[in-house]
Design a protein around this ligand. Sequence first.
Ligand code: ZN
Length: 302
Amino acid sequence: MQFPSYRPRRLRANATIRRMVRETAVSPSDFIYPLFVKPGKGLKDEIKSMPGQYQLSLDMLPAEIDELKALGIPAVILFGLPSSKDEVGSEAYDEHGIVQEAIRAIKAHDPEFYVITDVCMCEYTSHGHCGILDDRGCVINDVTLELLAKEAVTHAEAGADMVAPSDMMDGRVAAIRAALDAEGFSDIPIMAYSVKYASGYYGPFRDAVGSAANLGKSSKDTYQLDFANSDEAIRECALDVAEGCDMLMVKPGLPYLDILARVKDEFKMPVAVYQVSGEFAMLKAAHANGWLDYKKCLLETL
Ligand code: ZN
């Protein structure tokens, strides 16, 4: 192909031909919408660092689900704000915890709507970590596995369609798979947050679930991935696939597109990508300042 016989601009001449030759499309059916649920009645509290996103009480969920359906969005992932937090994150695996009740509320309204749950401890622990701590403040891996497995089973019992462990403990997919199978939930798939980097982009999310203050200055660097590593991301995926996960995830999205491409290429598995709170908040903040067009940049990013 050579100029002047080949002129790429011919196929960019107008919107019709651009649409016809477009290689990539996103549709609402590609999306999983995050919902933050909390106790109370009639509550729809905006999350300050995530404009247009809310913490919702259970009675507000049916209207939210109807709106998502009208938009063509087929699935939600649930995050919970418990009524109280403690050292061992008790509400995470309480059969009447906030997420378990949210699943029931959504399924009572629409049994067909696809409900995914985030499986982790950090929304429920008083210290904001994704697992149980020992005396020195270190997350104990294998004890945490038992609680995560218990949490996943309570989600399945409440009617969740899929569980998504986000904790980054070693061996969690195997532990959850075994627990689900033992309780008769061998049909419930696992979407593993396999590649979850220790990212600064999670800031607004921690506001949303109220874990930022609890976490204080301590970091999650002993369990989340070092953002300088990519071979390690592939090893994490290989472990999760071997342990029985059904889908992989890369999180965050935009700073890790190289990882996303590598994971898709190497594993040929369904791969989800999490556009995290900080990515969303950056676009919103720049738009609010008149620095860029939110909608245009959002579509370009996706
Ligand atoms: Zn967590």
